[in-house]
Design a protein around this ligand. Structure first.
Ligand code: SF4
Ligand code: SF4
Length: 257
């Protein structure tokens, strides 16, 4: 299959908001990436390509609102439905093995994102994309027997390299964000506090000055953060956390138009 053969399919995906698309060679993945996958039972040797899909910015959320929220996990449902359609209608329905989301396999997404040229590490513990900043995410990953043309983004510098003030570090109220370390536990416990201003958003992430035009809308941000808060609650066994409302005038300033 040639690049021009999959161009209509990637255009279809991009129009649906799945505007990050990478194809990696299974046989060329580094051992540090394959080890956790193989340990979780991924049948890597049976497939030729690993396809990674993501969204950058706000388009996916806007497309999802038009498509309709049909399940309790609408972003995954939407992403899987559109990706299945892409595989069927644009790739000729080859055999695939789903890696993410909603599988028991372990896909090291941040490592795969770095190999795809999407992601540098940042003090926030999130990847940062050279074009979308901290406003991107992984939406689906699968293996396929189809010999798709390889595709990664060109190597570009991290925005963090030119960010002199690093407001993500100074904004976090509990100093969870450090230049060389992200305190996952400290962040989680602060988010779980009653009336926490971080229950449905990350103030430090919002303080990142790069690519504000791609910053999630408040509704999109609240969806993702409330979802992760539920996971944290289950993990930490917390039950007393309240759902947040609006907390401060900052919210209005941070809410993109
Ligand atoms: S505020 Fe600066 S250092 Fe922090 S994530 Fe954004 S670009 Fe990187
Ligand atoms: S969610 Fe809050 S506590 Fe966690 S890193 Fe962001 S600002 Fe800090």
């Amino acid at each position: 299959m040639k690049e021009r053969d999959i161009a209509p399919g990637t255009t279809f995906l991009a129009g649906a908001g799945l505007n990050l698309f990478a194809v990696l060679d299974c046989a060329a993945l580094p051992e540090s990436t394959t080890a956790p996958m193989l340990a979780s039972g991924v049948p890597l040797a049976d497939y030729r390509r690993l396809v990674l899909l993501g969204h950058g910015g706000r388009r996916l959320w806007a497309a999802l609102q038009k498509w309709g929220v049909k399940t309790t996990d609408p972003v995954d449902h939407y992403s899987l439905t559109l990706t299945r359609q892409f595989i069927r209608d644009y790739l000729g329905d080859p055999p695939v093995c789903w890696l993410y989301p909603q599988t028991d396999y372990l896909a090291p997404l941040q490592q795969l994102g770095a190999l795809a040229g999407w992601s540098h590490s940042s003090p926030l513990g999130l990847g940062i994309h050279p074009e979308y900043g901290v406003w991107f995410a992984y939406r689906a990953a699968f293996l396929t027997t189809a010999e798709l043309p390889l595709r990664v983004e060109p190597e570009r510098p991290s925005p963090c390299a030119t960010c002199t003030n690093k407001p993500c570090i100074t904004t976090c109220p509990v100093e969870a964000v450090q230049i060389d370390r992200f305190d996952v536990d400290g962040c989680a416990r602060y988010r779980l506090r009653p009336q926490s201003p971080c229950a449905d958003r990350c103030l430090a992430r919002l303080a990142c000055p790069f690519f504000p035009e791609h910053r999630y809308t408040l509704a999109q941000m609240q969806y993702h953060y409330r979802h992760s808060l539920g996971t944290l609650r289950a993990w930490y066994g917390e039950t007393e956390t309240e759902q947040p409302g609006d907390y401060s005038p900052r919210d209005k300033d941070n809410q993109p138009v």
